[in-house]
Design a protein around this ligand. Structure first.
Ligand code: SAM
Length: 292
């Protein structure tokens, strides 16, 4: 019998041995296809010097493949029932450490510093729990962790929104939030049949390559994202109307129109047509009106 965890037979045997009942509420869809796992690991371009943070190891299907390639893997798992299972399935891999914690509550900075040391080559690789894909990705990006990139299996629809270009219907505040920090690309799309149990949605592997500095210079990050969110609040409305209503700028309408004109943005355009550079220029100029 193959040693790999990610085969239908071995996965079934592990689940049976521990009488493990999968929890839908924790997004527990385990991967049972070695080929897909190889593709995920390949997309992360690991070397024997790489350190990996994994989110949600489950019964260890991906963790095992990462451990074979990387120097060390630290995996955060929220479900306490999986901790003894992982101790068993990954017993042969001394370079794996499982931390029982919610990734959204974990101090990932501290763990990277403690477990990997400074100046190391760190990747985040995961088959994410789909119910919290966006909060996890935004946490990893906003905390400005010392990582090179993120390779994750997520819902296809979310991957498309993250990697979307201006002028498409998928383009929105999530695309800008992710692309501000990283270069985003969908590496492959994945059929439902490679999971147990099968999820309701199609999946894709997304690669985010972290930029050394954000792609645009903004004077106030919070305000920049506020402007972006306001511009997409009602997608059918013009940028002018969205900004007036969602940033409460009714009194400053003419100043706002002037900022748009000076920024060479037609006030009748919709938010979805603006590039990230245009949003940066707009928010930097608008900040002077809002915060004179
Ligand atoms: N990596 C395994 C695989 O590919 O077969 C399992 C992936 S499964 C889609 C998601 C995993 O994330 C589950 O093991 C689940 O218990 C875990 N999980 C869910 N919410 C979590 C959280 N907030 N923090 C850490 N792990 C979480």
């Amino acid at each position: 019998m193959s040693k790999d965890i990610a085969t239908p037979n071995r996965t079934r045997a592990i689940i049976d041995k521990y009488k493990f009942v999968l929890k839908k509420s924790l997004g527990q869809n385990f991967l049972i296809d070695l080929n897909i796992l190889q593709n995920i690991v390949n997309a992360a371009e690991l070397t024997d010097q790489s350190f990996v943070i994994e989110v949600g190891p489950g019964i260890g299907a991906l963790t095992e493949q990462l451990a074979k390639r990387a120097k060390k893997v630290v995996a955060f798992e929220i479900d306490n029932r999986l901790i003894p299972v992982l101790a068993d399935t990954l017993a042969d891999y001394e370079n794996v450490q499982v931390i029982h914690n919610d990734i959204l509550k974990a101090n990932v900075h501290e763990v990277i510093h403690k477990e990997f040391g400074p100046d190391s080559d760190v990747m985040v690789v995961a088959n994410l729990p789909y119910y919290i894909t966006t909060p996890i990705l935004m946490k990893l990006l906003e905390e400005k962790l010392p990582i090179q990139g993120i390779v994750v299996m997520i819902q296809k629809e979310v991957a498309e929104r993250i990697a979307a270009k201006p002028g498409t219907k998928e383009y929105g505040s999530l695309s800008i939030a992710a692309q501000y920090y990283a270069k985003a690309e969908t590496v492959l799309t994945v059929p439902k049949t490679v999971f147990v149990p099968q999820p309701n949605v199609d999946s894709a592997v997304l690669r985010l390559t972290i930029r050394e500095n954000p792609i645009v210079e903004v004077d106030d990050e919070d305000f920049f994202f506020q402007v972006v969110r306001a511009s997409f609040a009602q997608r059918r409305k013009t940028i002018l109307n969205n900004l007036i209503h969602n940033l409460s700028l009714k009194e400053q309408k003419s100043a706002l129109e002037e900022v748009l004109t000076v920024s060479k943005i037609d006030p009748k355009r919709r938010g979805e047509t603006l590039s990230i550079q245009e949003f940066a220029e707009l928010s930097n100029k608008l900040l002077r009106i809002v915060n004179p």
